[in-house]
Design a protein around this ligand. Sequence first.
Ligand SMILES: [Zn+2]
Length: 84
Amino acid sequence: MKTKKPKPKFKRFFRKQDCYFCVEKIEDIDYKDLAMLRRFLSDRGKLRPRRSSGNCARHQRLVVKNVKRARIMALLPFSVEHYR
Ligand SMILES: [Zn+2]
């Protein structure tokens, strides 16, 4: 016996714009703006994936680029040791 369950349809058309940079209309990301970059890092200093940060592909790329730049400039840690 097969009963077809109606799949829930997600209305993608009306999905809220989640990307912080698109909402705030920020075009360029500054690697020195640590308070802003930290929003996209986990508590252990890891980069949060797009599904978690909610950024669009374009801005997530910029965030990753600038976080890596900030790490090289020693503004952000590569990893947080001894967190426990
Ligand atoms: Zn965006």
